[in-house]
Write a protein that binds this ligand. Structure first.
Ligand code: SF4
Ligand code: SF4
Length: 182
């Protein structure tokens, strides 16, 4: 039996149709406005909640270790020591508190899952949209506490409050306390 030319049962093959279709696509894209991102000449405008890098507000950290324990990649390394403050009143007790010695995050292991930021009870960790911290040496992707603190300057401000939202209970309590004093 003789072989059928390419095409359906009833339609004869249209030679060159594919070529014309391809040229039409090329022409359509030639006349369309380019959407190529001109990075690094033009930096992209990322949403404020982008997960770029983690910043540390050292003063807020109480070395509770929650973030390090919950991190699924085990890439947060914390070291601290205890310091004792003598009692200020006679018969009072000395108080001890943790002092942060080291706080490192290894971004070569980090999965950007945000668990550490969500579990931190003291708002010591924050996302910033900065993403330009690629390194030639993988060891440089471990950021120590000084470097993590530097990222704090790039943390975007919190979103504006909703005008129609209920006022916080604490505000009302403070307002009443001020009124009672005056
Ligand atoms: S974002 Fe996730 S993986 Fe990265 S340091 Fe935090 S908890 Fe660990
Ligand atoms: S969870 Fe927050 S306060 Fe606790 S060690 Fe981590 S950064 Fe510090």
């Amino acid at each position: 039996m003789a072989e059928r030319p390419i095409g359906s049962e009833n339609q004869p093959a249209r030679y060159g149709a594919g070529l014309l279709k391809g040229l039409a696509v090329t022409w359509r894209n030639l006349t369309r406005r380019s959407v190529t991102a001109q990075y690094p000449d033009v930096r992209p405008e990322l949403p404020p909640r982008s997960r770029g890098v983690i910043a540390l507000q050292e003063e807020n950290c109480t070395v509770c270790m929650l973030c390090a324990r919950e991190c699924p990649a085990w890439c947060i390394y914390i070291d601290s020591h205890k310091e004792t403050t003598p009692a200020t009143t006679e018969g009072g007790r000395d108080r001890s508190h943790n002092v942060l010695d080291a706080f490192d995050i290894d971004f070569s292991l980090c999965m950007y899952c945000s668990i550490c930021i969500e579990v931190c009870p003291f708002d010591a960790l924050h996302w910033t949209p900065e993403f330009e911290y690629a390194e030639f040496d993988i060891r440089d992707l471990t950021h120590d506490k000084d470097r993590l603190r530097e990222w704090m300057w790039t943390v975007p401000p919190p979103p504006a409050l909703d005008h129609h939202a209920e006022a916080a209970k604490e505000l009302e309590v403070t307002r009443r306390a001020v009124q009672d004093d005056t």
